[in-house]
Design a protein around this ligand. Structure first.
Ligand SMILES: Cc1cc2nc3c(=O)[nH]c(=O)nc-3n(C[C@H](O)[C@H](O)[C@H](O)COP(=O)(O)O)c2cc1C
Length: 171
């Protein structure tokens, strides 16, 4: 399958980046085509709610920032993986902006599945992020391809790598 991973932590060698990389490695070795985008280091502004996309923009966004690189990748993606650190009980701002900028597309056209990778310090802090993820996944009518979370003592751990491998093997 054609898999797009959005990595939303600013820490290039952090735990979220590690989870995203483990997903990429597992998926590539299973024969999938994978694109991993570090959205935290892209210049992607929030949606302006101008509705240009739903009017004379005819599906295109009026803002010409790094999101323009993501639109063709989103249009081809069959699996979208969101990888984010938990910031104040939800996904980081760095990943919220690209998620909300998908507004112009209604739904990525070829998307069939989504998965979620979350990193945090504490346990039991995932309800907000998971609620958002399921909301989007059900709104788009795509399959939930699984969630892996890693709190402080689960980060960069073999057990977490195994859980990510299991998600990929069930695609
Ligand atoms: C601004 C900010 C807010 C955070 N809020 C939470 C939180 O609400 N709950 C929690 O468990 N960890 C929180 N953390 C800790 C991060 O989620 C945790 O360190 C995570 O592993 C970072 O992932 P990374 O290594 O990919 O950057 C926060 C960290 C930052 C910088």
């Amino acid at each position: 399958m054609n898999i797009l991973i959005l990595q939303g932590s600013p820490r290039a060698n952090g735990n979220t980046a590690w989870m995203a990389e483990e997903y990429r490695k597992a998926a590539e070795s299973a024969g999938h085509k994978v694109t991993l985008v570090d959205v935290a280091h892209k210049k992607i502004a929030g949606c302006m709610a101008c509705e240009y996309c739903h009017g004379k923009g005819n599906g295109t966004c009026v803002q010409k920032d790094d999101m323009q690189e993501l639109y063709p990748l989103l249009a081809e993606a069959e699996v979208l993986v969101l990888a984010a650190p938990i910031y104040y009980f939800t996904m980081s701002a760095q990943i919220q902006a690209p998620i909300q900028r998908i507004y112009n597309m209604q739904k990525p056209g070829k998307l069939k599945k989504m998965a979620l990778l979350l990193s945090s310090y504490s346990p039991n802090v995932y309800d907000g992020a998971i609620g958002e993820y399921h909301g989007i996944q059900r709104y788009w009518g795509v399959e939930d391809a699984g969630i892996v979370t890693a709190k402080i003592d689960e980060q960069k751990a073999t057990a977490t790598r195994d859980k990510i491998f299991q998600l990929v093997s069930r695609l």
